[in-house]
Design a protein. Structure first.
Length: 314
């Protein structure tokens, strides 16, 4: 460990199981911290140990309920700053509000930037994120940000399955870079779903760019939310000759009836990671959860000992 401060690891209520797994990989105990609620719902943070002079890492994805988890995180950062932590490093496996990263229409807010401002003001010295929805969010921070990618975890899983005749499919034009990276790792061709809406309130017309007939399609996205895009895409792939469809993502948001859509779809398996904690009712047999704990633990150790993060992905 670095000699310029002890490493301490804390967690909020968003994903304590992931935080514990990270702590186990690092070989430390989770810090003593309790999150209370006043009767009116206000958050109260109680640190049960000294953090003076320590390099502190806080694991807290800002997943649903995003406002609750975000406020927990901000208040914890304030408590750590006032308790004289040497450095406060925020580990956000899933960065909420990331989809509002630009002004798409007049008078739109840019909430991804607002959250960055809040984290810095609350006391964050560094942020560690995984697979941001938009890469430019890294530039919203005026403090160091380490951007981890979960693609190697997904690709290793598919390589271990030994899928015959795979083709990696991007569900839209915006995800081509991600899909191409997975295709290169798997040594597979690339296909793209081109979605068009000919007029308002008319069902989407879908075209497939690339050869998918007789192949096993692997749909990849950064997140699956309501699962509408993924299930619609899988149906189009099967109708056009794909012999099977797998789907994968880093962040299983799975809001609304997303789980039911996946359950009822013809997708053979949905591979996700544990950046977001899945409650029992969302852990259907079709969903396979891979852990990002070892990757995040190694990143934390490298930050603590002043070593390169990028070498993790070389």
């Amino acid at each position: 460990m670095s000699r310029d401060g002890d490493l301490k690891l804390f967690t909020g209520n968003a994903n304590p199981e992931l935080a514990q797994e990270i702590a186990d990989h690092i070989g430390v105990s989770l810090g003593d911290c309790v999150v209370h609620r006043f009767m009116d719902g206000e958050v109260q943070i109680k640190l049960g140990e000294s953090v003076r002079g320590s390099n502190v890492f806080v694991v807290q994805p800002t997943s649903a309920p995003v406002n609750e988890h975000l406020m927990e995180l901000l208040i914890m950062l304030d408590a750590l700053k006032r308790a004289s932590a040497k450095s406060i490093n925020v580990v956000i496996p899933y960065y909420g509000y990331a989809r509002q990263d630009r002004k798409a229409r007049a008078r739109d807010p840019i909430t991804a930037k607002l959250v960055a401002n809040l984290l810095e003001k609350a006391g964050a010295d560094r942020v560690i994120c995984m697979d941001l929805h938009a890469g430019q969010i890294q530039g919203f921070f005026d403090i160091p940000l380490d951007h981890l990618v979960g693609l190697p975890i997904l690709s290793n899983y598919f390589l271990s399955k030994g899928i015959e005749d795979p083709v990696v499919v991007s569900p839209d034009m915006g995800g081509v870079t991600r899909a191409r990276a997975l295709a290169e790792r798997l040594g597979a061709p690339l296909a793209i779903i081109d979605k068009r809406r000919p007029e308002p309130n008319v069902a989407e017309v879908m075209n497939i760019i690339g050869e998918i007939n007789g192949k096993t399609a692997i749909l990849i996205d950064d997140m699956i939310d309501t699962a509408g895009t993924i299930t619609l895409g899988s149906r189009a792939l099967l109708e056009r000759g794909a012999k099977a469809v797998y789907a994968c993502c880093i962040h299983p948001v799975l809001s609304g009836n997303g789980v039911e859509r996946l359950e009822q779809s013809e997708i053979r398996e949905v591979i996700v990671t544990n950046t977001i904690a899945l409650p029992p009712h969302k852990r259907i047999d079709k969903i396979k959860v891979l852990s990002v704990a070892e990757l995040i633990a190694e990143a934390i150790l490298r930050v603590h000992t002043h070593r390169s993060i990028s070498q993790l992905f070389d």
